[in-house]
Write a protein that binds this ligand. Structure first.
Ligand SMILES: [Fe+2]
Length: 274
């Protein structure tokens, strides 16, 4: 049977790549140290497959076709299409269709109806964390896209339930496989709206405190009250909630948090107890 060997989270603000050279050296150092520690923890878990939960930033989907959750079941995925992300060394990324299809089947058996894609392009949301974490060789990826970009969003409690379903699905996979989950996005940030560039540090720190406490109902209550006013990018915290569910709400260990004005994002990095 497969084994869930680690659950992780990382921010993925695009300025981390597209403006790296103009970020203040102090923040570059902090980000480098955080990504390196994230990578150390992922490598220590020795995953054969990485399930990465990220939004899609209008690369695969649009307002005409916007699934709440989509699982990439293909043999391969495309590397990031963003023209400013050419440094990423993988133009083709290996998938894991057996595990991905199993997750979809388990989801359908357990009251979820995800969309599926046999060919996804994995944008900076997927690729910044795996690149900056220095995962080499890069394990096959099962991408799971959450709609964090445009309302209506998946309910917070359903994101948590998706995570617990995912962990159950991994445990039921009929093959010897070490599986890690990486949720990417958040924490607070605001893109293309009047509050562009604002970081809600109070929200971020309370969010982290509640993930550390590991009390899912209290976390849902907090997020339902505060998420809508923490900047549109904060909706990506839903991915962290799914990771929290995969870790059975046991609480997590913060690697680093800083509100980094140069990348417009409250940047958080963490791993859960599994
Ligand atoms: Fe994003």
């Amino acid at each position: 049977m497969a084994e869930l060997v680690g659950v992780f989270a990382s921010s993925h603000g695009p300025m981390i790549v597209r403006s790296w050279q103009t970020i203040a050296p102090k923040w570059r150092q902090i980000l480098t140290t955080a990504f390196t520690e994230l990578g150390r923890r992922i490598k220590a878990a020795r995953p054969d497959v990485l399930v990465v939960i990220s939004p899609d930033h209008w690369v695969n989907f649009s307002m005409d076709n916007l699934p709440s959750i989509c699982v990439g079941v293909g043999e391969t995925h495309d590397g990031p299409p963003e023209p400013w992300f050419k440094e990423f060394p993988h133009r083709t990324l290996a998938g894991h269709p057996q595990l991905a299809s199993h997750i979809v089947e388990q989801a359908l058996e357990h009251d979820f109806e995800p969309a599926v894609s046999h060919h996804l392009a994995l944008d900076h949301g997927f690729c910044i964390p795996v690149w900056k974490a220095g995962l080499d060789p890069l394990p096959p990826i099962v991408p799971i896209v959450f709609n964090d970009l445009e309302p209506p969003f998946p309910a917070v409690r359903r994101c948590y339930a998706w995570g617990t379903m995912l962990a159950d699905a991994v445990a039921r996979f009929p093959g010897k496989l070490r599986v890690a989950v990486l949720a990417t996005g958040g924490l607070s940030h605001s893109i293309g709206e009047p509050t562009m560039g604002e970081i809600d540090e109070a929200f971020d720190r309370e969010c982290i405190r509640r993930f550390e406490a590991g009390d899912p109902p209290a976390l849902f209550d907090f997020l339902n009250r505060r998420l809508p006013a923490a900047g549109n990018g904060a909706a990506e915290v839903r991915n962290w909630v799914a990771a929290h569910g995969a870790a059975r709400g046991k609480g997590f260990d913060l690697i680093k948090y800083d509100p980094i004005p140069d990348v417009y994002v409250g940047c958080g990095f963490a791993s859960w107890k599994v």
